[in-house]
Design a protein around this ligand. Structure first.
Ligand SMILES: *Cc1c(COP(=O)(O)O)cnc(C)c1O
Length: 450
């Protein structure tokens, strides 16, 4: 399910405290750890959960799924070993298998609607392609994602995959998506499901690698607590880290890093959360102004009161900013610190990490590392999330280091592949009509969304 029926986002009633489990979990391989964490939240028999998790990570090229490598003073958590080379595979491979399992039990079909700033789309498509009971419609902002990202999506020719190039920005795509999910009759009629990080199951899969990485780094360094640096767009990835900390993983700092689209870092630095216009950067997956998961975080920050949240979000919808007198729960925030890595800092970081440590980072990862450098501490190792393989962004790499060094066979293979995509206006009605025309087919669409 995407949005809840009142248009809010779903959260678990309770976030479990797992401090007593940490010692036992420390030695677990990735998949076993995933099952231990997920079963606290998922209403599925453990052996089935195990099968879903195992099936989800066979497509990863690293045996550890998400290995952590030392790079100078940092520990880099490589999240890009999945089939589309971005961290979103970790959650979306899982989600594809989870949807399939739920549909087997409940019957019927599912229409998946997604919006992408670049990487979600290909990962989601890869997670559900050729699955018979699902059709997927993915909107991306026309001309605003990289050529490689576009080709990764549009070269998937399976009958159940529909790529929509929307004449607008990512925020337009996300707004259209939320409007459509808010139309309950439409949502029910077509059994709409979500692959965006408004879907709780995505966050659930992402909590796992915070635990896995912290265990590896604590064991390696002897430290008893860690910091994480997270390049941030929609606040999904970092919110998974926030949940890991709430569950009791000893994280002392979550370093939130944005590019020039810095609404989130402004909030954490000055309390100012107001929408600006989207500026294209070298890290397009973070060219976002309205971060949908931020709402989830605000719930905790403002004292876990649904009524307060309703008022805050109402104010935000009307004014395009949060109220300046935001209520704040006791023990004000010290976990999240924020900073901005602009284009110059991004290039400089790619160059320095390559020169000093012979390690290539993609521009999103570079934004995270550039801000992480301001928050290093001798006793608390810094784990930097590497969210994409550098080969997804060869232009940024070439113009930063002056060499054509970023390659991957999966990316090279895209050259010259046939593609399929529909260009479409940025309006709710147009997109709804397209879905109705292509998801329809009477009996195919009966049954409720999981
Ligand atoms: C999606 C994405 C991000 C941002 O993640 P959020 O969960 O939206 O904050 C960062 N880097 C890459 C490569 C991405 O694809």
């Amino acid at each position: 399910m995407g949005l809840a029926r009142d248009r809010g986002l779903l959260l678990p009633v309770q976030v479990p405290d797992v401090r007593d489990c940490l010692t036992a979990w420390q030695a677990l391989p990735y998949r076993d750890l995933a099952v231990e964490i997920m079963r606290l939240y998922a209403d599925l028999p453990t052996d089935e959960l195990w099968r879903i998790v195992a099936a989800s990570y066979t497509s990863f090229r690293a045996p550890e799924v998400t290995p952590v490598v030392p790079v100078g003073p940092l520990h880099v958590l490589e999240l890009f070993h999945g089939p589309t080379l971005a961290f979103k595979d970790v959650a979306l491979q899982f989600l594809g298998n989870l949807f399939e399992r739920l549909l087997q039990e409940r019957g019927g079909h599912l229409t998946i609607l997604g919006a992408t700033s670049g990487d979600t789309g290909s990962a989601a498509i890869c997670g559900v392609r050729a699955r018979e009971a699902m059709r997927i419609f993915v909107m991306h902002p026309h001309g605003r994602i990289s050529a490689i990202q576009e080709r990764q999506m549009t070269s998937v020719l399976d009958d159940n995959v529909f790529n929509l190039a929307v004449d607008g920005t990512f925020d337009d795509c996300q707004r259209i998506m939320k409007e459509i999910f808010g139309d309950l009759a439409f949502k029910d009629r077509y059994a709409l499901g979500s692959v965006n990080s408004i879907n709780w199951a995505r966050l659930l899969a992402q909590i796992v690698y915070y635990f896995y990485a912290a265990f590896r780094v604590m064991e390696r360094s002897g430290a008893d607590r860690v910091r994480f640096a997270v390049p941030t767009g929609n606040f999904g990835d970092i919110f998974a880290g926030y949940l890991a900390a709430r569950m009791g993983l000893p994280i002392t700092r979550l370093v939130l890093a944005t590019n020039e689209n810095d609404i989130l870092s402004r909030f954490f630095r000055d309390g100012d959360y107001s929408i600006g216009s989207v500026q294209p950067t070298l890290s397009p997956a973070m060219d976002i102004q309205v971060a949908s998961n931020f709402e989830r975080y605000l719930y905790y920050r403002t004292g876990e009161c649904p009524e307060t949240m309703r008022r805050i979000m109402e104010f935000f919808r009307t004014h395009g900013r949060l109220p300046s007198d935001l209520p704040e729960a006791a023990g004000t925030e010290t976990l999240i610190v924020a900073g901005k890595g602009d284009t110059e800092a991004t290039r400089d970081t790619i160059r320095r990490i390559d020169r000093d440590y012979d390690y290539l980072v993609d521009p999103h990862t570079a934004v995270g590392i550039s801000v992480a450098m301001d928050h290093l501490d001798d006793d608390e190792p810094m784990i930097c999330l590497a969210t994409a393989h550098p080969a997804k962004f060869p232009d940024a790499i070439r113009t930063s280091i002056g060499r054509d060094a970023a390659h991957h066979p999966l990316i090279d293979a895209l050259e010259g592949m046939p593609t399929r995509c529909e260009t479409i206006g940025a309006s709710v009605e147009t997109v709804k009509t397209y879905i109705a025309d292509h998801a329809a087919g009477g009996e195919r669409m009966e049954g409720a969304a999981p």
